[in-house]
Design a protein. Structure first.
Length: 319
């Protein structure tokens, strides 16, 4: 693709030059054939340069061609990440997050990773917090005050149940309210990108189904990235007995797939921290056309210089 394709009409110049050169070479050969005196022919049309006499001309024609392509402003499509202006962290605080299969325990590791996430997120991104167990709680509306979010994460307490669907609905409501407030402040109707990051170690056992939350996120054009945390061997001591609480990421993976987000599986505190560090605030990619003029201009410069150098070295003149 070209930003100024009509300038490609200038390619007629190097093509004409190439045609004229070939024509002159043909006439040169025809002129040489008229001579039967070989000694005189050597003086008029010597063959000693051979193929070298064509190199400067070829390099010059290619240089002009590259120059024409360059000024026509060639472009190519590249994928550019779209960064969110609002991010809501939805953290699972169900009893299963008390499992010690992740040192020191799942909830502590999740809190530490969330702190690291707050440090990595750009200052202009607003971050909110939702915690969920049998119900979802909007702990902090999206804000650029990291200390408020950090304090809310630190205060999280374990409760029974897992309501991922409710967490999605609450997160969507927080984002929509925040974006509406931002639009009112800026007097703009442009929709700002937003994303939800859900961390959980199990399946939904309470509240509305995941599908309802997914549908709300899709309608609001909000991508949801999900993190399945913990191992299959996790257990907790609950009501006097040991209860298995294996992590299960199938439902979380489906949420990410349906909303255009990303799914991650973290079985250790180190892996979870790495996920949060690489997650960033990207909510997808958009395709943009960027100009790639420079390589063609550089090629033109190199070829033009080569034509001059070869001509000077072999024939003591510029082409």
């Amino acid at each position: 693709m070209f930003a100024a394709p009509w300038l490609l009409l200038l390619l007629v110049l190097p093509l004409s030059l190439a045609g004229a050169y070939v024509y002159r070479q043909t006439k040169r050969a025809d002129y040489a054939i008229q001579f039967t005196n070989l000694d005189l022919l050597d003086e008029i049309a010597p063959d000693t340069p051979g193929w070298r006499r064509h190199v400067p001309a070829i390099a010059l024609v290619l240089a002009i061609t590259m120059l024409v392509i360059g000024i026509a402003r060639p472009t190519r499509e590249v994928e550019v990440p779209v960064e969110a202006s609002t991010v809501v962290l939805a953290l699972d605080t169900s009893i299963s997050m008390d499992a010690r299969d992740v040192d020191p325990r799942r909830l502590d590791a999740a809190q530490a990773a969330a702190y690291r996430f707050l440090e990595e997120v750009p200052d202009q991104v607003r971050v909110g917090l939702v915690s969920f167990a049998e119900t979802a709680v909007a702990n902090v509306a999206p804000t650029d005050d990291r200390s408020t979010v950090r304090a809310a994460i630190e205060a999280l307490q374990l409760r029974p149940g897992t309501a991922i669907g409710e967490a999605l609905l609450t997160s969507v409501d927080l984002i929509q309210a925040d974006l509406a407030a931002l639009q009112a402040q800026t007097d703009s109707s442009e929709q700002q990108p937003a994303t939800i990051v859900v961390l959980s170690d199990g399946d939904t056992t309470a509240g509305r189904a995941n599908e309802i939350g997914v549908r709300a996120a899709e309608q609001a054009d909000i991508a949801v990235s999900t993190i399945s945390f913990g191992t299959r061997e996790g257990t907790i001591f609950f009501q006097g007995q040991i209860v298995p609480v294996p992590s299960n990421g199938r439902a979380l993976e489906a949420i990410a797939d349906d909303t255009g987000g990303r799914f991650y599986d973290a079985e250790s505190a180190e892996a979870l921290t790495e996920v949060f560090e690489t997650l960033g605030v990207a909510v997808g990619v958009t395709t943009e056309e960027v100009e790639v003029t420079v390589p063609f201009m550089v090629a033109a410069l190199i070829l033009g210089t080569a034509a001059a150098i070869f001509s000077l070295l072999w024939f003591s003149r510029l082409p």
